[in-house]
Design a binder for this molecule. Structure first.
Ligand code: ADP
Ligand code: ZN
Length: 433
């Protein structure tokens, strides 16, 4: 089901003309309305007149996550504050959050991107969409919500958690489309089995899964256990949230909403644009955004892009299932965590050494389990066990408040965590996805 053939099936020449016109407009807007970008463009010696063709975008500077943090909260705003209709922030990261501000038009474009995403999974106005993405600052919940409303489907705004109720609702309201993280879908399948719900015999027929890395194996498992078609969907807060790219029935790469976001793949080392088929870092320019438009934003996500028509009829570029990230960001139960945040938190806790190891595993219930091993100062180990327990509780509560997730803390004796000669190994990821 193609939601908007005009843009999703546009011929390459018309699309490029549209993208170029929008890109020029964007650069003009950034130059005239955002001090940060005026300075950046002046420093790079480029401006709207340097855009003769789409390839000229390579002359323009990148935007990185730190630029967003440095300008928190409204330094990148290209509209007036009264024009903002809604704000969102990146999930869970501590420190300075990354803000996305939406005008009315931005929300409409978001709805459009998500309407296409849900349609890619076969949703129509006759469907009942059970939305298990979290509602709130996280973009997943409201993004799906807006898209489902746009297509006129019945939307059940469940938000995340409360699995027993999710299953009851799924059965009683005859949900046909499930939207959740892939790991939560598997968790639901398991809970269903234990609680005696036969999801396969319910009306559920497909699902949109994203916000974290997953694999073809996980897809097969979700499809088999829930008796549905599982689709990969991609997005990030900085660009708009979900609705940036999505799979069609061919399940062979995610279609990028190219009239809204201009994608590039670059070599993460040199910053040079890479051709179709070569693995590199995904970069997006928002083509029509009014609130917080971004020029050449480096996502740190690694993938491959391909252009050309798809068997589904869409002509938009496709990105391959994500291979990973160029930085060390971990996504744990949907929350973005950098090992450096754990390190910073530990430094402030008396009695610990900044030697630590994060061990990630998928628990029996398919949810991420995290053990944080921390070396403790020698004195404490010879001390009574009570002080060790107090320390463990302290670390646990500090991590919970700083990272927003529960970690299992294991205190270990000094020098037990293996030292490496090169870059310290801080993460052991045993999650098989
Ligand atoms: P969201 O609200 O979409 O989760 P965040 O900004 O919190 O946005 O996280 C975005 C990051 O989540 C992306 O940069 C990417 O690393 C990861 N992500 C989102 N969708 C997928 C997906 N389908 N596959 C793999 N990783 C994904
Ligand atoms: Zn397709």
């Amino acid at each position: 089901m193609i939601w908007n053939p005009q843009f999703e099936c546009q011929n390459a020449v018309d699309r490029q003309l549209l993208q170029l016109a929008r890109l020029k407009n964007l650069v003009e807007t950034l130059y005239s309305r955002v001090d940060f970008y005026r300075r950046k463009l002046d420093a790079a010696g480029v401006g709207p007149r340097d855009l003769g063709s789409l390839a000229d975008i390579a002359k323009f500077p990148f935007t990185v996550k730190d630029d967003l943090r440095d300008t928190y909260p409204y330094g990148l705003l290209a509209c007036t504050q009264s024009e903002i209709e809604e704000v969102h922030m990146s999930s869970g990261t501590t420190g300075v959050p990354v803000v996305d501000a939406y005008t009315r038009y931005d929300v409409e474009c978001w709805e459009e991107g998500m309407a296409r995403t849900l349609s890619g999974a076969g949703a129509t106005r006759h469907d009942t969409v059970q939305n298990c993405y979290g509602y709130g600052l996280f973009t997943g919940g409201l993004g799906v919500h807006y898209g489902a409303k746009r297509i006129g489907a019945n939307i059940i705004p469940m938000s995340s958690g409360n699995t027993a109720k999710q299953l009851m609702v799924m059965r009683d309201f005859g949900s046909t489309i499930l939207c959740s993280t892939p790991s939560y879908a598997l968790f639901m399948a398991e809970e269903a089995r234990e609680a005696g719900f036969d999801v396969r015999s319910m009306r559920l027929r497909s699902g949109c899964f994203g916000a974290e890395p997953w694999s073809e194996n996980m897809r097969k498992q979700i499809e088999a256990e829930l008796g549905i078609d599982a689709f990969d969907i991609y997005g990030l807060t900085e660009i708009t949230g979900p609705g940036v790219a999505f799979e069609c029935e061919c399940k062979d790469g995610m279609h990028v909403n190219e009239d809204l976001f201009y994608p590039e793949i670059i070599d993460p080392e040199s910053g040079r644009p890479l051709p179709d088929g070569e693995k590199g870092e995904l970069v997006f320019t928002t083509l029509v955004k009014e609130g917080t438009p971004l020029l050449r934003y480096r996502t740190r996500d690694v993938t491959i892009i391909s252009h050309g028509a798809c068997a589904c009829g869409r002509t938009t570029a496709k990105i391959h299932r994500l291979f990973g990230r160029t930085d060390d960001m971990l996504i744990i139960r949907g929350v973005n965590v950098f090992p450096s945040q754990i390190e910073h938190a530990l430094i402030e806790i008396e009695g610990t050494d900044p030697n630590y190891l994060i061990v990630l595993d998928r628990g029996p219930a398919h949810l991420d389990e995290v053990e944080l091993q921390v070396e403790v100062k020698k004195e404490l180990f010879t001390d009574e066990t009570r002080s060790l327990e107090t320390l463990r509780d302290k670390i646990e509560s500090v991590m919970k408040s700083k990272l927003g997730i529960q970690l299992k803390i294991k205190l270990v004796e000094p020098k037990t965590i293996e030292r490496s000669v090169g870059k310290a190994k801080r993460v052991v990821d045993r999650r098989k996805i």
